[in-house]
Design a protein around this ligand. Structure first.
Ligand SMILES: Cc1cc2nc3c(=O)[nH]c(=O)nc-3n(C[C@H](O)[C@H](O)[C@H](O)COP(=O)(O)OP(=O)(O)OC[C@H]3O[C@@H](n4cnc5c(N)ncnc54)[C@H](O)[C@@H]3O)c2cc1C
Length: 307
C-alpha cells in the first residue's frame, strides 16, 4: 500500500512525486513509456527558468534523479483503470495492480501529427508543436503554421513578428478561430494564407527545407520553402481509462479545480492532461506541486482511515 500513486512520469508527475516525498509520503510512479515525458523529444529548451538553454533529455534525467534520491519507486507499466474501493484506490496496469490512499493522474497529452510523409524524421528538428517555445529559433526565417483554430492563428500572428514570412496552411477556406483572433491577421502582411490545402510531405535532407501541400479541390501540389513547420491541430489526452472516476471535458481533458482536485476526493490531476489554457513545462511542474500538496492534505485529513 502506497500513500500516493502517480500515473505518468513526465514533468508534472515527477514534480508531484518530489513534493509528496518531501511531505514524507510513500510514492509509486507508474510510467508506460519514457521517464520525463514529452520534453525528452525536445533537443533545446530555452524557457525553463534557471537555464539559458537545456536539452530535454538532460532536464528529464535531472528530474528523475532528484525524485529517485528522495526515495520514489517506479514501475514501467501502463495504467488501464482506477478502481475506487472507498478508503483506498487500486490502480490496474497491464502488469498487475497497485493500491494507494490517493492517486494523481499526470498522463500528459500527445500532439496530433500532420499525417504528412517524412514528418517523423523532422520532429524536434524543423517540426515544432509550440510557437512560444521554438519561435525564437526562426528569427528572419520562413515558417509554416498548420491549423485553423485559435492556436494556429495566434501562433501565425506571434511568429510573424519574428519570422521573415509565415504560411498559414488550413484544410478549409474558413478558420475555426474566433473572429477577434482572425481580425489580427490583417495587420500581418508577411502571413500568406494557404487555404483548402493539406500538408502531404516534409522535404529536406539533414534539416527541413520545404513543405509540400495539396489543394483538396484542385489536387494541385505546391512546395512551400520553409525552415520550420509549426503544427497546431490540437492535442490528444490519454484519459479514457479514467473516465469512470473523473469528469472529462468534450476534448477528453480532466476537469479539476485550482487545487487540481477532481470530482473524486482521492483522485487529483496534474499537467497537460487536465483542462487548462497553457500547456508548458512550468505549468506542468506547478500543477505537480499543487496536486501533491492537495493529495497529502487529503491523506492527512480525518477522511482517510485505512484499516
Ligand atoms: C517536441 C516538444 C517540445 C517542447 N518544448 C517545450 C519547451 O521548449 N518549453 C516548454 O515549456 N514546453 C515544451 N513542450 C511542452 C512540455 O513538454 C509539456 O507541456 C510537458 O511535458 C507536460 O508535462 P506532463 O507531465 O503534464 O505530460 P507529459 O510530458 O506528456 O508526460 C506524461 C507521461 O505520462 C505517461 N503516460 C500516459 N498515459 C499513461 C498511462 N496510462 N500509464 C502510465 N503512463 C502514462 C506518458 O508516457 C508520459 O511520459 C514541448 C513538447 C514537445 C512534444
Amino acid at each position: 500500500m502506497y500513500d500516493i500513486i502517480i500515473i505518468g512520469a513526465g514533468p508534472a508527475g515527477l514534480t508531484a512525486a518530489l513534493y509528496a516525498l518531501r511531505a514524507n509520503k510513500t510514492v509509486l510512479l507508474i510510467e508506460k513509456a519514457t521517464f520525463g515525458g514529452q520534453i525528452t523529444f525536445s533537443p533545446k529548451i530555452e524557457n525553463y527558468p534557471g537555464f539559458e538553454a537545456v536539452d530535454g533529455n538532460a532536464l528529464a534525467d535531472s528530474f528523475f534523479e532528484q525524485v529517485t534520491a528522495q526515495g520514489a519507486e517506479f514501475e514501467l507499466e501502463e495504467a488501464t483503470a482506477i478502481i475506487d474501493n472507498g478508503a483506498t484506490k487500486t490502480v490496474v496496469t497491464d502488469c498487475g495492480e497497485h493500491e494507494a490512499k490517493a492517486v494523481i493522474i499526470a498522463t500528459g497529452a500527445k500532439h496530433r501529427m500532420l499525417g504528412a510523409g517524412n514528418e517523423e524524421n523532422f520532429a524536434g528538428n524543423g517540426i515544432s508543436f509550440c510557437a512560444v517555445c521554438d519561435g525564437a529559433f526562426y528569427k528572419e526565417k520562413t515558417v509554416a503554421v498548420v491549423g485553423g483554430g485559435n492556436t494556429a492563428v495566434q501562433d501565425a500572428i506571434y511568429l510573424s513578428k519574428l519570422a521573415k514570412k509565415v504560411y498559414l496552411v488550413h484544410r478549409r477556406n474558413e478558420f475555426r478561430a474566433e473572429k477577434r483572433v482572425t481580425d489580427g491577421l490583417s495587420a500581418c502582411p508577411n502571413i500568406e494564407l494557404v487555404l483548402d490545402s493539406v500538408p502531404v510531405e516534409c522535404l529536406g535532407d539533414a534539416s527541413l527545407s520545404a513543405l509540400k501541400v495539396k489543394n483538396k479541390f484542385t489536387e494541385e501540389e505546391r512546395i512551400l520553402p520553409v525552415d520550420g513547420v509549426f503544427v497546431a491541430i490540437g492535442q490528444e489526452p490519454n484519459n479514457a481509462a479514467f473516465r469512470e472516476l473523473v469528469d472529462l471535458d468534450p476534448s477528453g481533458f480532466i476537469v479539476a479545480d485550482e487545487s487540481c482536485r477532481t470530482k473524486n476526493p482521492a483522485v487529483f490531476v496534474a499537467g497537460d492532461c487536465r483542462t487548462k489554457a497553457v500547456r508548458q513545462l512550468v505549468t506542468a511542474g506547478a500543477d505537480g506541486g499543487v496536486a501533491a500538496i492537495a493529495a497529502c492534505g487529503y491523506i492527512d485529513s480525518e477522511n482517510v482511515k485505512v484499516g
